[in-house]
Design a protein around this ligand. Sequence first.
Ligand SMILES: Cc1cc2nc3c(=O)[nH]c(=O)nc-3n(C[C@H](O)[C@H](O)[C@H](O)COP(=O)(O)O)c2cc1C
Length: 196
Amino acid sequence: MRWTADQLYSGAARWAAIGELKQAVTSIPVLGNGDIWDVTDAIAMVEQTGCDGVVVGRGCLGRPWLFRELAEAFAGKPITPPPGLREIGSIMIDHAELLVEQFGVERGIRSFRKHTSWYLKGFVVGSLARRRLNLTESVEEVAGVDLDQDFPGAAARTPRGHTHGPRPVKLPHHYLNDPDAMERLPPGASLAVSGG
Ligand SMILES: Cc1cc2nc3c(=O)[nH]c(=O)nc-3n(C[C@H](O)[C@H](O)[C@H](O)COP(=O)(O)O)c2cc1C
């Protein structure tokens, strides 16, 4: 069996294993995770595995309204159509402002840059505007772009996040055979940052 960190998103999530887990575990809810890019995936995951709910990773990158769609789908309500580019522009600004509020301008904006390409995936934006947004130093409007574009549906399924796995993970010697290894990490070796 390979380790998830080593696979770095290569291959496909084994939903059958989630189904087996759900059969075996009856005392607590089981949440399914892996390769949920849109509402149809989420419904298929629940139908195929019997899991009690789903967890989304890469599917919400550049598509935060996916959670609204999931809530609507599981409540049996009609799904609100995805935003067009004009509304996405204002969602991007809100997102960037929240990051700046949380982390300050330098780290917040740097961290936002990767989100711009996810938000704009599938839209006709032009390489210059994309480049500007990737270099931006401040929260600014999506300028020079035709904002009257509907959401390009198929782009929602384009893989986002890391796409160059598998990649070897370096661990301290004997780390995986030693249950107490975490206790002995040198100070600063474990950072409170997401591994995504
Ligand atoms: C931005 C991001 C950050 C993540 N951070 C972590 C993390 O800190 N620890 C972890 O175990 N998994 C982390 N994951 C992995 C997810 O929890 C999830 O298991 C994985 O992305 C597979 O689901 P997906 O196919 O919906 O992306 C992260 C994923 C993403 C996209």
